[in-house]
Design a protein around this ligand. Structure first.
Ligand code: HEC
Length: 103
């Protein structure tokens, strides 16, 4: 195989691998979000004690969710969210934040 063809097929392999990885993270987030739907709505538009998560930025979502996990953020109903976030890893919270920001 000519070096240029080899380089090209390696690049294609890399791109395909990356795409598969990205969509895997997305579907994991979608699965994690199943637990949130009841309270926040399928598209995040349902208010919870005045909070609507639809339209929040990735940074703000990650910051608030990590805050619930670490006990450094929250309003009067934070206990609900602390129990939701407590069992998630920081990586899972990050992919959830990216997923919810796409609503
Ligand atoms: C049992 C209902 C319930 C479930 C399930 C739930 N939430 Fe919440 N969520 C709330 C309530 C109530 C608040 C406001 C809590 C407070 O007083 O700080 C909130 C707040 C939030 C906030 C902060 C909003 C802001 O403006 O500060 C985010 C982000 C959030 N939830 C995301 C999620 C995600 C993602 C899930 C799923 C893993 C989830 N929630 C599951 C009820 C719920």
């Amino acid at each position: 195989m000519k070096p240029i063809l080899l380089a090209l097929s390696l690049t294609l392999l890399l791109v395909a691998g990356f795409a598969a990885h990205a969509s895997q993270a997305d579907s994991e987030a979608a699965q994690l979000y199943v637990r949130c739907k009841g309270c926040h709505g399928a598209d995040g538009s349902k208010p919870q004690d005045g909070h609507v998560i639809q339209g929040m930025s990735v940074e703000k979502l990650e910051e608030t969710m990590l805050g619930y996990k670490n006990g450094t953020y929250g309003g009067p109903k934070k206990a609900i969210m602390m129990s939701q976030m407590g069992r998630l890893s920081e990586t899972q919270i990050k992919s959830l934040a990216e997923y919810v920001a796409g609503f």
